[in-house]
Design a protein around this ligand. Sequence first.
Ligand code: ADP
Ligand code: MG
Length: 196
Amino acid sequence: MMDTAFFLRWIAVVTERVRADRDHLTDLDRAIGDADHGANLDRGFTAVEEALAAKPPETPADVLTTTGTTLIRKVGGASGPLYGTLFRTLGRSVGDVPEVSREELAEAFAQALAAVMKLGSAQEGDKTMIDALAPAVQEMRTSFDAAARAALDGARATTPLRARKGRASYLGDRSIGHQDPGATSMALMIDALRAA
Ligand code: ADP
Ligand code: MG
C-alpha cells in the first residue's frame, strides 16, 4: 500500500529530476517547439514543492490535487493544463483514503489518461505525452517497473512520428526525427514512481 509519504516522495523525485533534466527537456522542445518545456516544468514543480511545504498534505489525494492545481496555475503552455489534469484526476480517483493499493492507483491512472486525452483530443501516435502515458497505464497493473519501461520505450518511439497535436504539429514533416519533449517528461514522471 502507498501512503501520503509515498506520494510526497514521488513528487520530490519528479521535482529533483525535472530540475536535473531541465535543459535536456528544453533542448528537445527547441527542436520541435518553442524551447520552454524544461523551464515550464521546473517552474511548476518548484511551486509544487513550496505549496506542499507550506501546507503539509494529509492524504494521498491532497498531495495529488495540490500538485495538479499548482501546475495549472504555474506552468502555462500546453503542458500545464494537461499535467494539471493528470494529477487532479489521480487525486479525485484515489479518493479520501489514507492508503492506495497499486491496483487502485492503476485504475486512477486509467481515468487520468482518459481525462488528458479528452482535454488535448490526442490519440496514441500523435507524438505527444500520451505516447508515454498510454503504454505505461497498460502495464501499471503488472508492476511499476514494467510501466516505467513502457513509458521510456513509448517516449523513444515518438522520434520517427510526425506530430499531429500541439506546437510541433505546425512543423509537419519537419517534426519527424525528434523525440517529443512531453513524452520524455511523462516517462520521467512514471520512472520516478518506480524510484519512489
Ligand atoms: P507549449 O507547447 O505550449 O510550449 P510545452 O512546451 O510545455 O508547451 O509542452 C509541449 C508538450 O506538450 C509536447 O511535447 C506534447 O507532448 C504535449 N502536448 C502538446 N499538445 C498536446 C495535446 N493536445 N495533447 C497531449 N499532449 C500535448
Ligand atoms: Mg514549449
